[in-house]
Design a protein around this ligand. Structure first.
Ligand SMILES: [Zn+2]
Length: 151
């Protein structure tokens, strides 16, 4: 049986959910050094524009510049799914697309590593953990730039 999904208008997505996905996409894209994909939230809908063979929590579009995240996930799942889909974008953008199950394992591993690096926070700590990581990335980038200027 196939499943249909429709894209939800950004204004209809809970701001908190949007922020979690958006911040995760910024961090993961920076981490993987790829172009940041555009995020869309989707929900099951009989007249949705997407038809997919399986039930999904998210998906990445070939080309790796768009990801789709299912709405009404738990907070932690939004971060997991977004990190997972950004890794699929990395596969597309770098041409490292292999067998379906290998790509899936690779994305799953990245997702697990991402949550580990985030410190496996509780839902209430997610925002802060993401902000902390992003801050680290930016400081690290500045240090790298300074070191390069000195070299
Ligand atoms: Zn996947």
């Amino acid at each position: 049986m196939s499943h249909r999904y429709k894209i939800i208008k950004q204004s209809d997505v809970k701001k908190e959910d949007w922020d979690l996905a958006f911040t995760t996409a910024i961090i993961a894209s920076d981490d993987l050094r790829i172009r940041q994909p555009t995020i869309f939230f989707i929900e099951p809908s009989a007249d949705g524009e997407f038809e997919i063979q399986t039930r999904i929590a998210g998906c990445a579009w070939p080309g790796g510049l768009k990801i789709y995240v299912r709405s009404s996930l738990f907070k932690k799942e939004i971060v997991e799914v977004t990190a997972h889909e950004v890794r699929h974008c990395w596969q597309f953008q770098t041409g490292k697309v292999g067998a379906r199950n290998l790509d899936e394992n690779d994305a799953k591993l990245y997702e697990l590593g991402f949550m580990g690096k985030l410190g496996l926070p509780a839902d209430s700590e997610l925002r802060e953990a993401l902000a902390y990581w992003r801050c680290h990335q930016l400081v690290y980038r500045r240090c790298q730039a300074t070191a390069m200027r000195r070299a």
